[in-house]
Every structure is written in C-alpha cells, then in structure tokens.
Write a protein that binds this ligand. Structure first.
Ligand SMILES: [Fe+2]
Length: 494
C-alpha cells in the first residue's frame, strides 16, 4: 500500500489515540510497534512513508531508533512524539534528522497538519525526480516548521516561568503579555466573571472597565465553555462598537464553571488568527488555568488550615489561664517589628500564621508542668524545652510551610548561640524568628505569671536592651523600640 504510516510507542493509550486520529485524517489503518526494536524490524520489512515515534521507550529509545532509520531508510519521514515539558528533546531530535514533531495531547488538526506537510514535501521530492530540492523549496518547506518550533519554545519558556508564581494577579499579567506575544495581538485582556460582568483584571491595548456579559457573545462562551472566534462586524463587548478585526475569546473554568475569559484581537499583521495559533493559545490557556486553579485551591486550603490550627492554639492556651491570648499578642508585636524592618509580604504572612502557632508544641507538655505555680525543677524544665521540637513534629507533614516551621522550632534560639533546641546563632536564625523571639519575651515579661506579677513596659524594654546582641539581635530590639508597642502603646486585640 502506498503512503503507509507506522506508529512506534510503548504506551498503548498513545498508540490507540494516534491510530484513531490517523485513520480519520489519512484514511488508513497505520501499523504499530511497541518499541524501537520492533519499529526497526517493521521498517525493514515494509514500505512506510511516515513513522511517528515516541522518544522514551524500552529496548531501543526514540533517538537511537531515529538514527538507525535515517541510516537504512533516509527517505522515510520521521515525526517525534513528545510531551509538552520535554519539547527541547524534540528540538534535538530535529537536529538528528527528524522531520517534524507533535506534542501530547494530540489535536486532530496538529496530526493532520504534520501529515499534510510531510506528504507535500514527499510529492515535491518525487516531482524533482529524487534530485535535491532547490534551496527555495527547502526554505519554503521549513519555514512552517521553524515558526512552529519558535512558538513552542516561547510557550515552553514562559509556562515554566508560571511555575513559581503563587499570586493570581501576577498570573493574569503573564497571561496577557504572553498571549499578546503568541498571537501578535495588539488588544488582549483577562477578566473574571462576576455578577453579570467580566471584571477586567489585566489588559493591554484596551480599556480596564467592566464588561457587561448579557447580550454579548461572551454569554455564548460562558454557556458552551468553548472558545469563540468572533468575526469582524460583530459587536465588541468591551467597547460596544463593531469589531474591525476578529476577536478570540477563551474561557477558563473550574469544575465545568467558567470563571474567567481571555480575549485577544487586532493582529499586528492584519491577518486572522490561524488554527495553529488558536491551538497554541488553547494549550497555553490550559496550563495557565491549572496554575490559577492550584493557587485558588491553595488559598482555600491555607485559610481553612489556619483557622483549624488557630482553634487548636486557643484550646492549648485555655489550659493555662496565664497564657491566654499570648500567641495573638506575640504575633501582633512581631508584625509591628516586621513592618518597621520592611520585611517582604511572604515573611509577614509567615509571621501572621506561624506567630499564632509558635507554642503549638506545648500540647505535648503535661498540665502539671505547664501550669505549675513556681520555679520548675530540672526534669520539668527539660520537658518544657521539648515544645519547639514537638511543635516541629506536629507541622512535619506540612512540607510547604518552611518559614512557619522555622518559627516553631527556633523561637527559643538565642542570638549568641546559647538557646535551644539547635544552638543556632546570629544570622543562622532566620530574621522572622529573631523578631518573634523579641516579641515573645516582651509579652512574657509584661504578662502576669502564677509566680510573679507583670513587669511594667519601661522595665521590660530596658531588659530587652540589656540583652541586645546576647539573647536578642540588637537591630530587632532597636526596631521594636520604633514600633507603637515598643513606645508603650497597648496592642488592641480583636
Ligand atoms: Fe515557646
């Protein structure tokens, strides 16, 4: 049979999907092989035009398979199948002689385009009587491929940038910038669906005012959950005027519910968005959507965890009437110091949460010891001193909160290295911990204890200054002096 196709992949699902797509777009049943060895054997026995091959396979991997095929049958076109994150591999495969590549998950359009392009190239080659093609023909054949590689590389580099972003506002900013680059679009916006409006969060080349959804094609995009390419002449929902160029709108959804829309229009070269370009932005949008969803889930998870752990701390403090609201006050003082010291938002957030939890390990200390009126003996002191380690163990499953965990484990370290449990000194102790330590001691001194009355503000401050650069970081004590609490203003707790 002329123009036969072979699929080489060890994943039966990939083989099956590709098999069905090829059956549809090339009207033939392709052959399949489960790894490079079997592929090589089949290629020697049969006459194929195009081979689709995976890169990671047992026995003979895709790169070696490609090299072997190009040695024995240089006339066969080889298409590399690659996952999105490993697109660099596809580029190296191209250098080794692969003719094209497709990224998983496949779209029918992408497979059809690849087959069409390769068959076109083979036809040209046959017409030239097997002679080498002219440089112009080669250039023409390759220009599509080069722009495809360029775009996919751009897409890959920016989407890996998304990985480190935990704020959705930053994600929206990236989406708009990236879409404008990918589509060469002058007008791009990203908005959130809220109370009948698309509330624009970020835009480029277009207004930022809310867009009414009712009666516009955005209604259709939300209802169908599918992208829509509005032709010139339709009403632009953003401006209310007629569109002078097509506008592409892509929905973002969680659990089937559309919550946001990305819109782009007005290509710099005046052309319409191609199928390829739309496909590329849809892939990108899928990745961005996952990042937004993760961020949202993280926020929900974080706030419910914060309230659960706060109730736990309240129950611990309820055991000991003398430490009531201690954690809350300590957090308040520490946040004031963090403000004066210009700490980052992430560090302030860690204090806001970790400050509440710093004594959570006291849950593992016996009531008898925790609430003992009077001086503790050596054994009791040793038991109390375990609370930072117990707290650290309680938080151990929460691997993603390293700053908060440091607050819990190290809040009894001293600047001179004589504290516990690890004897860290100076800058080995993170700044937020050095801050919490000052706040914690100030509150302990100015609160009533069963065995002593509360120290007045001024003498507590004198004590902090006296212990500067031994127990405490002197800079933190100086910063505390500049806060309202350090000046003697009482902290109001809600
Ligand atoms: Fe403590």
């Amino acid at each position: 049979m002329e123009g036969r196709i072979l699929i080489v992949d060890d994943d039966p699902v990939v083989r099956e999907v590709l098999d069905q797509i090829i059956a549809r777009v090339a009207a033939q049943k392709p052959d399949v092989a489960r790894d490079g060895m079997e592929g090589l054997q089949k290629a020697q026995e049969n006459d194929y035009d195009i081979i689709f091959t995976d890169l990671k396979m047992p026995r003979l991997g895709g790169m070696d398979f490609l090299k072997e095929i190009k040695k024995i049958r240089p006339d066969i076109s080889v298409v590399v199948i690659t996952g999105f994150p490993t697109v660099e591999n596809a580029v190296s495969a191209m250098k080794e002689g692969a003719d094209d590549f497709i990224t998983k998950p496949f779209s029918i359009d992408a497979v059809q385009n690849v087959i069409g392009r390769l068959q076109g190239a083979r036809k040209l080659s046959r017409e030239s009587g097997g002679q080498n093609l002219s440089p112009e023909s080669v250039k023409r054949l390759n220009s599509d491929l080069f722009s495809k590689i360029q775009k996919i590389n751009l897409l890959h580099s920016v989407s890996s940038e998304l990985d480190g972003i935990s704020s959705n506002l930053e994600v929206y900013e990236k989406v708009v910038g990236m879409t404008s680059k990918l589509l060469f679009a002058r007008e791009v916006s990203f908005g959130i669906v809220e109370s009948g409006y698309l509330k624009i969060k970020k835009s480029k080349g277009t207004g930022e005012s809310d867009v009414p959804i009712a009666g516009s094609f955005l209604e259709k995009v939300i209802r169908n959950g599918r992208h829509y390419l509005a032709p010139a002449g339709e009403i632009n929902p953003h401006s209310g005027n007629l569109l002078t160029a097509p506008m592409l709108s892509i929905p973002f959804s969680i659990n089937g519910e559309v919550y946001g829309i990305l819109s782009a229009s007005d290509k710099t070269d005046g052309t319409c968005f191609s199928e390829d370009e739309i496909g590329l932005v849809l892939t990108f949008a899928k990745k961005v959507g996952l990042r937004i969803e993760n961020n949202a889930l993280y926020d929900v998870f974080y706030s419910s965890m914060v309230s659960a752990l706060k109730s736990l701390v309240i129950s611990i403090e309820a055991r000991d009437s003398y430490t009531k609201q201690h954690s809350e006050r300590v957090t308040g003082y520490a946040l004031q110091i963090a403000e004066v010291m210009n700490l980052s938002q992430e560090e302030k957030d860690a204090i806001g949460f970790g400050g509440y939890l710093h004594d959570i390990g006291k849950i593992g200390v016996r009531d008898k010891v925790l609430t003992k009126p009077g001086v503790l003996d050596d054994d009791e002191l040793a038991e109390i001193k375990l609370h930072p380690i117990i707290g650290d163990n309680i938080m151990a499953p929460l691997r993603f909160l390293p700053r908060e965990k440091a607050l819990i484990r190290h809040h009894h370290e001293r600047f001179d290295g004589k504290g516990y449990p690890d004897g860290l000194a100076g800058e080995q102790i993170p700044i937020i911990v050095r801050i919490l330590s000052v706040a914690d001691t100030y509150d302990a001194m100015t609160s009533v204890r069963p065995y002593r009355s509360a120290k007045p503000h001024q003498s507590a401050m004198k004590e902090l200054i006296r212990c500067s650069n031994t127990q405490f970081d002197g800079e933190v004590v100086q910063a505390f002096i500049r806060t309202p609490a350090g000046k003697g203003v009482k902290l109001t707790t809600p």
